[in-house]
Design a protein around this ligand. Structure first.
Ligand code: COA
Length: 185
């Protein structure tokens, strides 16, 4: 056991334990909310950080995504904060005094990417650990893309996203449809 190397940490962390839950959230789903609920069981505070994934071109603007997330929580719920960041997520976590990044795992298929992300984040900042939480079984098959795909083709996504997100999806796709129709005239 002599060669065990503990991670360098702040000597005595005081105050509340804070976790950052980063993602694109385009849009937030019940699966994401399930992860937030689980994280609140482990940490005093959770910051949902809408971050930039260079490989994604979101449907909802940053402001819309933030608004949709905020609407999921009672304004009295002071343990959850919603924020945006355009830099490195570990830098953001450190700036917020967070000790962990939270990521949800659904299936084995998530693992490779999540491992790569977690190891890169550890390389960038060893003091911030990544904590993986298993998504509730009911949400194991959903993703923001699959929800958007279903909604775009008039599929029923009720029960998979909060009602206000369902409405936002409907109105955004109706808007797109109408624009298409106008163009055809
Ligand atoms: N329920 C439902 N869906 C879930 C889920 C859950 N519990 N957990 C993951 N997903 C889905 C998401 O809906 C998303 O689906 P999509 O691909 O269809 O949109 C997918 O799994 C994973 O996306 P998400 O969790 O939003 O993460 P991401 O891969 O888009 O975001 C960032 C990654 C933003 C966290 C990462 O790019 C980042 O940290 N960027 C900032 C820059 C940085 O520091 N980069 C890393 C080091 S270089």
């Amino acid at each position: 056991m002599d060669n065990l190397q503990p991670c360098p940490r702040e000597p005595e962390r005081t105050g509340p334990t804070i976790a950052v839950y980063p993602g694109t959230f385009d849009p937030i789903t019940n699966g994401h909310l399930d992860i937030v609920g689980r994280a609140l069981g482990l940490f005093d505070r959770v910051i949902i950080a809408v971050a930039i994934n260079v490989r994604k071109k979101p449907l909802f603007s940053l402001d819309e995504r933030i608004k949709l997330i905020r609407q999921c929580f009672d304004p009295e719920e002071t343990r959850v904060r919603v924020d945006a960041t355009d830099g490195l997520i570990v830098d953001y976590a450190i700036s917020q005094g967070a000790c962990a990044l939270v990521r949800g795992l659904r299936a084995v298929s998530d693992f490779d990417y999540e491992l790569q992300l977690a190891l890169m984040n550890r390389k960038l900042a060893r003091e911030v650990d990544t904590v993986f939480l298993m998504t509730g079984f009911r949400w194991i098959y959903i993703s923001s893309s699959i929800i958007k795909d279903a909604a775009k083709h008039n599929g029923d996504v009720s029960g998979l996203v909060p009602v206000h997100v369902e409405e936002a999806l409907k109105s955004i796709y109706e808007l797109h449809d109408n624009k298409g129709k106008q163009r055809q005239k």
